[in-house]
Structures are given as C-alpha cells and as structure tokens.
Design a protein around this ligand. Structure first.
Ligand SMILES: C[S@@+](CC[C@H](N)C(=O)[O-])C[C@H]1O[C@@H](n2cnc3c(N)ncnc32)[C@H](O)[C@@H]1O
Length: 175
C-alpha cells in the first residue's frame, strides 16, 4: 500500500494516480453528503483508491468499500484502500453483487453511463438512497440522463465542493 499524503491542500490540487482534484473542502463536503444518508458507501470504479482511503482516514466511523475490475488488481491499480475493503469484478460491465446493500454509491470519474444504467436496473429498490457523482461538468449530462430515468429524481449539485471549477459533485436522491 502507498502512504497517504500527510496534508490535504486548501486549494484543489492534483495528485498522481487520481483523476480529479483533491482538497480539504472535498473531504468535508463528502462527509456532509454521506451523513445525510446513514449506511454504507460503495465506491464503484475506485482506481488507485486515494479518495476512498482519504475519506476513510478523515471521517469518523465511515463505512466505505470499493469495487474495481479484476484485471486492474493484477496491474496493482489499488494503491491506497485496504484490500479487505475492496471487491473485484471480472470486467467493465460486470456488477458487484453486494452493491444493493449500500446506502450511497460514489461514482468518481465514471467512464461509461451504461455501467451506471446497469447498476440502477439491477439494484434500485434495495438499500440505496443516494448516488454521488464526481466528474467534469462537461460529462455530467450523460450520467444525469441515466439517473433521471430512474427513481433518483431529486438531483442537486454540491456548492463549493472543493474541486477545480470545471469539476462538480452531483447528488441524486430518492424524492
Ligand atoms: C476513469 S477511472 C477513475 C478512477 C478513480 N475513481 C479516480 O477518480 O481516479 C474509472 C475506473 O473505473 C474502473 N471500472 C470500469 N468498469 C468497472 C466495473 N464494472 N466495476 C468496477 N470498476 C470499474 C476502471 O478500472 C477505472 O479504474
């Protein structure tokens, strides 16, 4: 496992192996969003797992797990999340069967809206209460269209979520 950065920056800044910018404010914003919906968080497509490990280290009693694809494991893509909190699937369109027990899904720079559509098709109606998506604003529309087609119709953007101006944190909840 790689060591977590000792200090989080005040201003959103980039870190090797992480697609989005990181800041103290991002962790605070996500803490606030997660606390709205008690229960576990599942990060789908966690990559190196840096954000997830920072959330784990900075938010008291946060129950967060993550899922990545198996090929990525052999390439050692997960560098920060404890392995006992990781789950692996076989390929790009495979679903983690335990996803229905999470209260929140965290999608950080998801690549393909079809995977989100597939997850919603299979797991809507379980424990899931909110979906949090961090992505470039220019890409959100592709994911919003999918989410709007589901029961998660209460969609907001978190103000000042601690990202670069071109990025956003979007939250979809059940009405
Ligand atoms: C653009 S990367 C984002 C990685 C990380 N969240 C970040 O922001 O740095 C998308 C990640 O989704 C993973 N992924 C793709 N399909 C997946 C699936 N079906 N289940 C889990 N992870 C998947 C990829 O392996 C990749 O690491």
């Amino acid at each position: 496992m790689s060591e977590l950065p000792k200090h989080l920056p005040d201003e959103p800044s980039f870190h090797a192996g992480c697609c989005h910018s990181l800041s103290k404010q991002l962790i605070t914003s996500l803490d606030h969003v997660f606390s709205h919906t008690p229960g576990s968080v599942l990060s789908i497509g966690s990559g190196a797992g840096l954000l997830e490990a920072l959330l784990l280290a900075n938010i008291d009693a946060l129950n967060i797990q993550a899922v990545e694809i198996q090929d990525s494991k052999s390439l050692g893509i997960n560098r920060y999340m404890p392995e006992d909190l990781m789950h692996y699937v076989g390929g790009t369109y495979d679903l983690f069967p335990g996803a229905g027990t999470a209260a929140t899904w965290l999608l950080v720079y998801p690549r393909d809206p079809r995977l989100v559509a597939k997850y919603l098709e299979h797991f809507q109606g379980g424990s899931l209460r909110q979906i949090v998506c961090i992505c470039p604003r220019s890409e959100w529309q592709r994911f919003e269209d999918i989410v709007r087609d589901s029961s998660f119709k209460e969609i907001t953007e978190v103000e000042d979520s601690g990202l670069q101006a071109y990025e956003g944190t979007f939250v979809a909840r059940l009405p």
